[in-house]
Design a protein around this ligand. Structure first.
Ligand code: CA
Length: 240
């Protein structure tokens, strides 16, 4: 789960970013000044920093230099100024990428994914999450894309998270508690929440609880995902 530091003094932009990043399963901390940002990176490890250039205490370029003097964390500049010379200078000063405001959350996500991919590929802290392959299922956690037998699946965010989580542990029965905690980030909840999402996911995978292919519900225990080859062809299971 990538952790992000948002450095932005505009409350409105800041809340929108936090909401979006949290929904995209990122851990987010946020501050409104450059000095607070420096304190944050000195105390916590982040996977990426989104740095607004127009901060109340320090000029963005100064803030970037100071950040760079204490950390290698990838920095994406968010700027309202579309000044090519300045952007080039910032990139030379150690920014990893930039976005010109206003930008869409999709644009931000794409830039973040690219930066994370690059930084993790070259001696970064975490290994790059590879494409998960289970039977005919192929799941790319970074691009948040899933395919079944070469056809793209149109999944909601939650369906994708659920599928990716289960596919990351093929053949392992994952207890419902763990699914709630890891996919829903809830310590307790209604079993129905999981069942409903499972049934939607099943439909998109072209299977049913009675005739499972990839998704197997073990009543009272949990859920597992495994390639259809290793599953009994016609072993109806009780509905979830
Ligand atoms: Ca600002």
């Amino acid at each position: 789960m990538p952790s992000v530091l948002v450095v932005e003094d505009d409350q409105f932009v800041r809340s929108a970013l936090i909401r979006h990043l949290t929904e995209a399963s990122h851990t987010v901390r946020s501050v409104g000044t450059a000095l607070e940002a420096l304190r944050e990176v000195a105390h916590f490890r982040f996977d990426v920093v989104i740095l607004d250039l127009g901060l109340p205490d320090l000029d963005g370029a100064e803030a970037l230099k100071m950040l760079r003097s204490i950390t290698d964390v990838p920095v994406i500049i968010a700027t309202a100024r579309d000044d090519e010379a300045e952007i080039v200078r910032l990139l030379n000063d150690g920014a990893d990428d930039y976005l010109t405001k206003p930008f869409s959350v999709e644009h931000l996500s794409a830039r973040m994914a690219a930066v994370l991919r690059r930084t993790r590929g070259v001696g970064g802290q975490a290994p790059p999450p590879r494409v998960i392959q289970v039977g005919g299922l192929s799941i790319d956690p970074l691009r948040r894309q899933a395919e079944l037998d070469g056809t793209a699946l149109d999944l909601t965010r939650r369906e994708f998270d659920l599928l990716a989580f289960l596919a990351g542990r093929p053949g392992v029965v994952v207890p419902r508690r763990e699914l709630l905690a890891e996919v829903w980030q809830q310590s307790y909840g209604d079993d129905q929440t999981i069942d409903v999402h499972l049934s939607w996911l099943r439909r998109k995978l072209g299977e049913t609880a009675a005739r499972p292919r990839y998704l197997h519900t073990l009543r009272g225990v949990g859920v597992k995902l495994e390639p259809p080859e290793s599953a009994p062809a016609a072993a109806p299971e009780p509905p979830a």
